[in-house]
Write a protein that binds this ligand. Structure first.
Ligand code: FAD
Ligand code: SF4
Length: 449
């Protein structure tokens, strides 16, 4: 039978191979491995790793407790600063955060494996659902949280701990935000995202309503009049377009939507996969969709990025991960046209780029073409202003994000914001968690003063 054009089909690989491809990216440490790794820590005074962690976890402190087999104490040290310390142990680009700052790098070019030690300390707590935190006496105050992703859940947990009654309004049908719908499947196996959500909610005092959206089901004005404070952690709900004429062609997809389908699929093999996949973008999303397409059985996967490797949002580790999975990365090239037949996209035309003398990006006129049964757009996200634009009109925005001060307060009284939707975020889970925590502490001060 002739190969259909475009060639997109499910079950490119057998179930066993797909299961292997989507198993845990990093094996957890055994006790003896953890003790050996913990022994490598110099327990620096004013530890640079702690400064480099956006949530300021006392890293030498938790590693010291692992050495004395005090796993519960170690987990408490981690989770009191970062309630998503379990997820962060799996997804943080540690090579550009805590581990980059590790003093061991200068001595032997291999940092202490902080991420895996953090996972070693926190996994047992989530498995046994051991409560580590208690609620303070009720303050009688109420806080509305819009968005149940890392920012919203971190704020909710801290506010509940401080004695406030919290209500989370969430657009998706599950809590967790991109932890549940975005992070690569092999970074968070065995439904870890939902186990972490359950742990966070188990503190009590957090009421949740899923499947409701700001702008559709309620307004910011409603929340401001019905609650003592509001926190917005709505992420970035829509995807940037390539700006090409016919990018609504069949086969041209948003990477984010496909990744969400993949994360929610019980049978990953059932997802249709292109034989030749081209990904446009240079961040974590581009790497994730490229690697996952390869692991679903795409024969050829190309990433196209308009600048060089140093400018890619994806870390060196992520870029290496893509290459070791057989993905080809083309730097200095930008899409100019899509070609299609009756079935949808079949190729993408690209033009080489370079920097001019003033450092501005320009195209060179040199064209090349890549075969593409599927083209994924992964060039960043923006606030979903088509749906919530009116709601945000009262807030000061900058570059399509909500302007906040150091305590995550917005320009509107009694409204705080954090995570990807706020200016100053760096599109990392750990930073969203920190924003939620900082906002919760500021809200607590405001409500008590
Ligand atoms: C594909 C992908 C892979 C990533 N991989 C990594 C990684 O490996 N490591 C890492 O550190 N970071 C990674 N990130 C970034 C990280 O996931 C985000 O920075 C983080 O999830 C941001 O948290 P948030 O709470 O601000 O937003 P989100 O996680 O986006 O959560 C937003 C929440 O708000 C809700 N919501 C949205 N609009 C509304 C509305 N109108 N009304 C009510 N609720 C609403 C949504 O339902 C959702 O629950 C990745 C991102 C993507 C897209
Ligand atoms: S939360 Fe992330 S950056 Fe902070 S110590 Fe843990 S792994 Fe490192």
């Amino acid at each position: 039978m002739a190969t259909p054009s475009p060639d997109i089909r499910p079950n490119r690989l057998g179930k066993a191979e797909i299961d292997r491809n989507f198993a845990d990216l990093h094996e957890p440490l055994s006790r003896s491995e953890a003790l050996i790794e913990a022994d490598r820590c110099y327990f620096c005074y004013d530890a640079p790793c702690t400064t480099a962690c956006p949530t300021g976890i006392d890293i030498p402190g938790f590693i010291q407790k692992i050495r004395s087999d005090n796993i519960r104490g170690s987990a408490q040290t981690i989770l009191r600063e970062n309630i998503m310390g379990g997820m962060c142990a799996r997804v943080c680009p540690t090579e550009v955060l805590c581990e980059e700052a590790c003093v061991r790098n200068t001595h032997e070019e291999r940092p202490v494996n902080i991420g895996l030690l953090q996972r070693y300390a926190t996994d047992p707590i989530f498995e046994s659902a051991t409560p580590l935190f208690e609620r303070a006496a009720s303050s009688g105050k109420t806080v509305a949280i819009v968005g149940g992703g890392p920012a919203g859940l971190s704020a909710a947990h801290r506010l509940a701990m401080l004695g406030h009654d919290v209500k989370v309004f969430n657009r998706d049908s599950k809590l967790g935000g991109l932890n549940e719908y975005g992070i690569a499947a092999y970074k968070t196996v065995n439904d870890f995202a939902q186990r972490e959500v359950d742990y966070i909610l188990s503190i009590g005092g957090i009421d949740v309503e899923n499947n409701v959206a700001l702008g559709a089901d309620f307004s910011l004005a409603d929340l401001r009049s019905n609650y003592d404070a509001v926190f917005l952690g709505i992420g970035l709900g829509s995807v940037n377009e390539l700006g090409l004429e016919n990018e609504d062609l069949p086969g041209v997809k948003n990477a984010i939507d496909y990744i969400a389908d993949l994360r929610q699929a019980d049978d990953k093999g059932s997802l249709p996969v292109g034989r030749n996949v081209v990904v446009v973008g240079g961040g974590m999303t581009a790497i994730d969709i490229a690697v996952q397409s390869k692991r679903l059985g795409a024969e050829r996967v190309d990433i196209v990025y308009r600048r060089g490797p140093e400018q890619m949002g994806a870390s060196q580790f992520e870029q290496d991960l893509a290459r070791t999975n057989g993905v080809t990365i083309h730097h200095w090239a930008a899409p100019v046209a899509l070609s299609a037949d009756a079935g949808g996209v079949i190729s993408i035309e690209l033009e080489k780029t370079e920097l001019d003398k003033g450092g501005k990006l320009r195209t060179t006129g040199e064209i090349f073409t890549l075969r593409a049964d599927v083209v994924f757009k992964a060039i960043g996200q923006k606030l979903d202003d088509a749906r919530i634009g009116d709601e945000l009109a009262a807030l000061q925005l900058q570059g399509g994000k909500i302007v906040v001060d150091q305590s995550q307060a917005t320009s509107l009284d009694n409204v705080w914001a954090g995570g990807d939707c706020a200016v100053g975020g760096d599109d990392l889970t750990v930073s969203a968690v920190q924003h939620g925590k900082v906002a919760a502490i500021a809200i607590d001060h405001a409500l008590r003063s």
